[in-house]
Design a protein around this ligand. Structure first.
Ligand code: NAP
Length: 345
């Protein structure tokens, strides 16, 4: 398909700054707000033009000119599609706001997603990086997803095994499908077990529940505690544009982990089942002197050094320069490689 044949819902020359939470200036040559799978299917086929699927724009560095077609996934809808003695089954459209889905399931009396409250972004973006927080990840509550193959136009169903979930990772990232919208997620189905157990093992969450004097928390109380912790530490994009955590928490081999722990006894180290050690990227950045420090019009947030913020009018090149400077300092000081978490276009 060529731009001349585009359906009339495809817009031209659309401003990017309002489409992402980092608010970098730029323009998309073509833009389509997608509210149904049928509408998306009208844009499938073998194209020379680049396509990119955008959800809430909270995990992407997108600035300057994008000369392709931006597919803004706004497919809505959330419903209970089934229930048995073991679980509730909930399906949601890719464009649903993630936090609103969590809040809605809790209000219906279906616990299970509470630890993932207030994670920015949409339902459709959540499986791509297998979002996780406070000891729970999406994979733990996932049943299946529907995705449209943008070449063939076929609608596929991927179950948990097919998604190959790992720590903040899935088959979408492993295959690079998310980079040029090869397979676009349209709906996700969750399995929320009725045998619910509170997950309060993470230090900050446990401390917040203690502060609130909650002994045996309900799912709603856990969500409230997660919201309280996150709101204290993370900037609201409406007042301070940002793309959330800018780097992955690195996994290092056991030898490097042990050596670093010997030198820095207060370094948070979390052994993984595969023998590697997970380190807190925010701690490494803070100890490299970047907390609350900036370069140009961008900086690492004063309350959480892992978050890069746009102090106003920043451009893509400034984001990249700060990311490189932080990576270089962490590499030099700790011998650890930080990799960016957002998709960089
Ligand atoms: P944090 O709570 O300061 O944690 C920093 C790192 O320490 C994370 O890697 C975290 O593990 C790990 N950690 C802390 N307590 C642990 C424990 N008891 N056992 C094992 N590992 C532990 O992180 P933060 O930056 O303020 O973020 C708060 C939460 O939101 C974290 O769970 C973080 O991963 C999550 N988050 C998720 C996304 C996302 O899914 N896109 C984005 C931003 C933040 P985990 O890596 O297992 O969390």
């Amino acid at each position: 398909m060529s731009p001349r044949e585009f359906p009339d819902f495809v817009e031209r020359g659309v401003d990017l700054a309002t489409r992402t939470t980092l608010a970098l200036p730029g323009q998309a040559a073509f833009y389509a707000r997608i509210t149904s799978t049928g509408q998306l299917a009208r844009l499938t086929g073998n194209w020379s033009l680049r396509r990119f699927a955008l959800g809430g724009g909270s995990n992407v560095v997108l600035g300057g000119d994008f000369d392709g077609l931006l597919l803004h996934l706004a497919i809505g809808g959330r419903e209970l599609i089934g229930e048995d003695e073991n679980a509730w089954y909930v399906r949601a459209g890719a464009g649903e706001n993630w936090h609103q889905l969590v809040a809605w399931t809790l209000a219906q009396g279906w616990p299970g997603l509470e630890n993932l409250a207030l994670i920015p972004g949409t339902v459709g973006a959540a499986p791509i990086q297998n979002i996780g927080a406070y000891g729970l990840e999406l994979a733990d509550r996932f049943l299946s997803l529907e995705a449209l193959d943008m070449q063939s136009g076929r609608l596929l169903r991927l179950d948990r095994a097919a998604c190959r979930f790992a720590y903040r990772d899935s088959v979408f990232k492993q295959q690079g499908w998310h980079l040029d919208a090869q397979l676009v997620i349209t709906r996700v189905t969750f399995r929320l077990p009725k045998a619910w157990q509170a997950l309060t093992g993470y230090g900050e969450l446990a401390a917040e529940l203690e502060r609130q004097a909650v002994d045996h928390p309900s799912a709603q109380q856990i969500a409230a505690a997660v919201i309280a912790v996150r709101s204290r530490k993370l900037p609201d994009p409406a007042t301070l544009p940002n793309a959330g955590s800018f780097f992955h928490n690195p996994l290092v081999d056991a030898t490097l982990g042990a050596r670093l722990q010997q030198i820095y006894p207060d370094l948070p180290c979390y052994p993984q089942p595969d023998g590697r050690i997970k380190l807190a990227a925010g701690w490494l950045i803070e100890r490299s002197g970047w907390r609350g420090r900036g370069l140009g019009r961008v900086g690492m947030y004063e309350k959480q050094a892992l978050v890069m913020v746009n102090h106003g009018g920043a451009r893509r090149a400034e984001v990249m320069a700060l990311a490189s400077a932080v990576q270089a300092d962490v590499r030099q000081r700790f011998g650890v490689e930080l990799t960016p978490e957002p998709i960089i276009l």
